[in-house]
Design a protein around this ligand. Structure first.
Ligand SMILES: [Zn+2]
Length: 237
C-alpha cells in the first residue's frame, strides 16, 4: 500500500464521471425532441403550401366577384336607360336591350366561374383543418419532449454536480504533483493512466515487467512515481 491508492480512487471516480458525461451527451430525449421539432416543421411546410393554394383561389374568387359587380353595375345602367323613357327610337332601344342581355349573360358566366372557384376552395379548407389538427397533436408531442429533455438534463446535471463535488473531496487528499501527472497522462490512456502492479504484471497493459524494471521500482522511495516500462502508465504498488 502506498499514497497512490487515493490516486486510484480518484481515477475510479473520474471513470464514473466520464460515464455520467457520456450519458449527458447522449440523452435519448435529445434526438426525440429533434424528431418532434422536425415533424412540426414538416407539417408547417405542408400548411404553408396548402395556404398558398387557398390564397391563390381566394384571389381568383375576389377578382371574379369584382368583375361580376362591374358587369352588374353596367347592366343596371343600361337597364335604367332602357326604361328611363328618354330613349324613344326603337332601333336604339333594341340596341340597348341587346347590350343589356349580353351583359347579363356575361354576369352569369362570371358567377358560374366564381362558384367553381368556391367549390375548389372547400376541399382545401378541409385539408387545412386536417393539417391544423395534425399540427396540434405534433406540437403537444414536441412540448412533452421538451419537458422530458429538461427533466433528464436536470437529473443528469444534478448527478454530475454531486460526482464532481465528491471528486474534489477525493482530489484534496492527493498530492498536487500526482494530480498534475495524472491529469496530463489521462488523455493518452483513455482516462485510465493509473494501473496496479500485481505481482510482476501491470494491470493496465497486462504485460510482465522485466526483473530489472521490478528491481528499479522496488528501490524507489514510497512517494516516487513508478511507471510501467511497457505502456507508460503510473504503477501503484
Ligand atoms: Zn503497463
Amino acid at each position: 500500500m502506498s499514497g497512490f491508492d487515493e490516486l486510484l480512487r480518484l481515477q475510479d471516480h473520474d471513470i464514473v464521471i466520464d460515464q455520467i458525461r457520456h450519458r449527458q451527451a447522449t440523452l435519448p430525449e435529445r434526438p426525440a425532441l429533434a424528431d418532434a421539432t422536425a415533424a412540426v416543421a414538416a407539417v408547417d411546410a405542408r400548411i404553408t403550401e396548402a395556404q398558398s393554394r387557398r390564397d391563390e383561389l381566394a384571389r381568383d374568387e375576389k377578382r371574379l366577384a369584382d368583375e361580376v359587380a362591374t358587369v352588374e353595375a353596367k347592366a343596371a345602367e343600361v337597364y335604367d336607360k332602357l326604361y328611363g323613357g328618354t330613349i324613344t327610337s326603337p332601333k336604339e332601344l333594341q340596341a340597348f336591350q341587346e347590350d343589356h342581355d349580353s351583359l347579363k349573360r356575361r354576369q352569369r358566366e362570371l358567377e358560374d366561374h366564381e362558384i367553381e372557384i368556391m367549390e375548389q376552395i372547400e376541399p382545401v379548407d378541409a385539408e387545412l383543418a386536417g393539417l391544423d389538427a395534425e399540427r396540434s397533436t405534433l406540437e403537444a408531442t414536441r412540448e412533452s419532449a421538451t419537458v422530458a429533455l429538461a427533466a433528464a438534463e436536470s437529473a443528469v446535471g444534478a448527478e454530475l454536480d454531486e460526482a464532481t463535488a465528491l471528486r474534489d473531496e477525493i482530489a484534496a487528499a492527493v498530492p498536487a504533483d500526482q494530480i498534475e501527472t495524472y491529469d496530463r497522462l489521462r488523455p493518452d490512456f483513455a482516462g485510465i493512466p493509473i494501473a496496479r502492479l500485481v505481482g510482476s504484471n501491470c494491470s493496465g497493459c497486462h504485460l510482465t515487467l522485466s526483473a530489472v524494471a521490478l528491481d528499479r521500482i522496488r528501490d524507489l522511495p514510497p512517494d516516487a512515481l513508478a511507471t510501467c516500462e511497457e505502456c507508460g502508465r503510473i504503477l501503484v504498488r
